[in-house]
Design a protein around this ligand. Structure first.
Ligand SMILES: Nc1nc2c(ncn2[C@@H]2O[C@H](COP(=O)(O)OP(=O)(O)O)[C@@H](O)[C@H]2O)c(=O)[nH]1
Ligand SMILES: [Mg+2]
Length: 350
């Protein structure tokens, strides 16, 4: 899964990037982004490895893209920076909740700023296309509708400061618009970056901001990015001491990744065996036949059935043999919507 950060200058994007990736961020420009890929922490892999003693453990992967700061009014550079985010599965709106002395309204204004930058980037793309379409003598069609009309509607939506995700179109239309990779259609969530100095309550108006953000459909994750990054550099012992002392929810990385999965509508299923215990990422509700394709294309083409048990049930039995005896190993057909934590064996024709 790929997640990209959007935010005003000094909102803490690079600090979060460094915390999550455990790497050093570079000096950025509109042409340069920080990109890093890490394992998705998943305690189920450890537990399953105790059962299977595999040669290899493979975690699902998540990548983070940190772009140059967005500057008010600098359209050209902002668009260049935002172009790095076209292929992301989800966007994170990073909000400064740590600088002392900001007004209670500042986080909300930052959020609006991020959204309007995304809107303007999409609008520019739509306008460019409209310019081309207007020069043609006959307008091409898009999913059976005149393309010019579709694009005009998108343009009107964006001009009224509305995200494209709020615009209803038949699924075929969105499908054909897929190659535009509109930013305002992507799943988004908010990360509010906090300082330990303001304690658990955070800055004035924090709770109101979180409530308003969630009401708009953006779940908000609280992170003490700088503090957690500093703690990361300590020995495990010292870290434990300080973590207890601060008495703050310091599991920013886990909360962030969990929210990224939820927001993007992604889940992980697992495969097990003596060779490898592994987690795989797919869209929630994917039919098992399609999901199997991430393991091997042939699994989709030659799918016969799947044997499935949930991670919890397997752990409760202690082994697949026992699961089999108890009849807990289910045989599922191709339409079965795969669930988070399903342990899956695919049976396919050669
Ligand atoms: N106290 C505190 N300072 C932070 C936090 N996050 C970032 N900073 C500081 O704010 C400044 C800008 O952060 P940076 O990550 O570079 O922001 P970016 O411009 O959005 O990438 C740096 O001096 C950071 O050390 C935080 O959570 N708490
Ligand atoms: Mg930065």
């Amino acid at each position: 899964m790929q997640v990209g950060f959007v935010g005003a200058a000094a909102s803490g994007k690079t600090t979060i990037f460094e915390l999550l990736s455990n790497t050093q961020g570079a000096f950025l420009s509109p042409d340069k982004a920080n990109v890093a890929t890490v394992d998705v922490p998943d305690s189920r892999i450890g537990r399953l490895s105790e059962l299977y003693q595999p040669q290899k453990k493979t975690f699902a992967k998540i990548s983070f893209t940190d772009i140059n700061r967005l500057a008010p009014g600098d359209r050209e550079n902002n668009n260049k920076s935002l172009n790095h985010l076209k292929l992301m599965d989800a966007l994170v709106l990073v909000i400064n909740g740590f600088s002392p002395g900001r007004t209670a309204q500042a986080p909300q204004a930052d959020l609006e700023f991020c959204l309007s930058e995304l809107i303007m980037s999409d609008l520019e793309q739509v306008e460019r296309k409209l310019g081309k379409l207007r020069k043609l003598r006959t307008t091409p069609t898009l999913a059976g509708k005149p393309e010019l009309e579709v694009l005009q509607k998108l343009g009107e939506t964006l001009e009224s400061n509305t995200l494209l995700s709020a615009r209803e179109f038949p699924a075929e239309v969105w499908k054909e618009l897929g190659s535009y990779n509109f930013l305002t259609r992507k799943p988004m969530f908010v990360v509010i970056n906090l300082s330990e100095e303001q304690g658990l309550a955070g800055p004035a108006g924090l709770q109101d901001f979180v409530t308003a953000s969630e009401a708009r459909g953006f779940p908000a994750v609280r992170i003490y990015a700088k503090l957690e990054k500093d703690l990361q550099e300590l020995s495990a012992e010292d870290r434990a001491v300080f973590t207890q002392e601060y008495d703050l929810p310091l599991s920013g990385k886990e909360s962030f990744i969990r929210q990224a999965y939820t927001t993007s509508g992604l889940i992980s299923f697992l495969t097990v065996g003596p060779d490898e215990v592994r987690a795989w990422t797919v869209k929630r509700g994917s039919p098992i036949r399609e999901a199997a394709g991430v393991i091997h294309k042939d699994f989709t083409n030659n799918f016969v059935r799947a044997e499935i048990i949930s991670f919890e049930k397997l752990l409760e039995c202690g082994s697949e043999q026992e699961a089999h005896k108890r009849g807990w190993l289910r045989s599922e057909k191709k339409e079965y919507p795969v669930q988070d934590g399903d342990v899956v064996h695919i049976l396919a024709n050669k």
